[in-house]
Write a new protein. Sequence first.
Length: 134
Amino acid sequence: MLINGKPFNPGELKTSIVLAKKMVPKNAGGFQKVEYEFITEVKGKWINVHGQEAWLAQTKGAIKAATVTVRYRSDVDQTCVLVLGSTVEEVIDEHDILLGWTFTGGEVFEIVSMDNIQQLNEYIEFKVKRVTAG
């Protein structure tokens, strides 16, 4: 398969990435707190921007910008986030029944843009930037 005019090897999908939905619930005091709901863990190709592209990203306010390619998922949209370097764990109840999965740690990246490459539903390419505290 060609991506952006270059051959793409699925063997390059080596980086563990957590996909999560961003939620902003209000607590009892009416204040909003950002939380992330685990969707899944995937393997992807993560390329940090560098050179002239890095300078351009910084002028637009993007911190630690990157281009990420993953296999297509219909449940991911631009409101989701990517988490790099997190630990994924099973959530099990007292009867040893798997309730789901959760993740801790890692750097959170918001999606700036996403592209269903050639509309084939095979790969998605994300342009992401790190979420800063505050």
